[in-house]
Design a protein around this ligand. Structure first.
Ligand SMILES: *[C@@H]1O[C@H](CO)[C@@H](O)[C@H](O)[C@H]1NC(C)=O
Length: 172
């Protein structure tokens, strides 16, 4: 009998002391909660996964080196948008049937369904292709291509004319 009596906890004191272990735990808990609520929110971290894409500004001239030589990425532009078509390297990269488009503005060529060099804007320092002379069918085809590229490939930047305000702002 004496043994069991020893296990019974002592009756609670009339005025419980403030700093009981339980109170200390609760106080710490609230301090931590208050801290978590009030502290400045941490900077947004990008989700892990493929390297984040930096959206860049290109001129026809700075786009040109991205033509897939030396196993570099293959970029091409469609109506002012630059796409990374590296997954389609077999088509757009060196030796591929569309290699003329690599590192170039492919807009007119896609619209006309022609991979001929004459489809490319010759003067890389001049204005972008204004698509003059393209008919409704060609514009439809172009929209189709644009959708396809948007679905399939990553947009990595925009194409702006050399010596334009936008190019200057981007330090080009
Ligand atoms: C492709 O890019 C390389 C590297 O910048 C350049 O030397 C070469 O002239 C380009 N090729 C074409 C066809 O533009």
């Amino acid at each position: 009998m004496a043994d069991t009596e020893n296990l019974v906890p002592p009756p609670p004191a009339e005025a419980a002391p403030l700093m009981t272990p339980i109170n200390l735990i609760l106080i710490s808990f609230f301090v931590v909660m208050a801290y978590l609520k009030l502290r400045p929110s941490p900077p947004v971290t990008l989700p892990k996964g493929p390297a984040p894409v930096v959206f860049k500004t290109f001129t026809p001239k700075t786009l040109l080196p991205n033509n897939g030589t030396n196993n570099q990425p293959v970029y091409l532009a469609v109506r002012g948008k630059v796409f990374d078509v590296t997954p389609g390297r077999n088509f757009y990269g060196p030796g591929g049937p569309y290699q003329n488009f690599a590192g170039r503005d492919a807009t007119r060529g896609l619209a006309c369904g022609s991979f001929d060099e004459s489809m490319l804007t010759e003067d890389l320092e001049g204005p972008l292709d204004d698509l003059k002379g393209l008919g409704d069918d060609e514009m439809d085809a172009l929209r189709g291509w644009e959708e396809r590229f948007t679905e399939k490939y990553l947009a990595v930047g925009k194409l702006v004319p050399a010596n334009s305000e936008e190019a200057k702002e981007a330090g080009l």
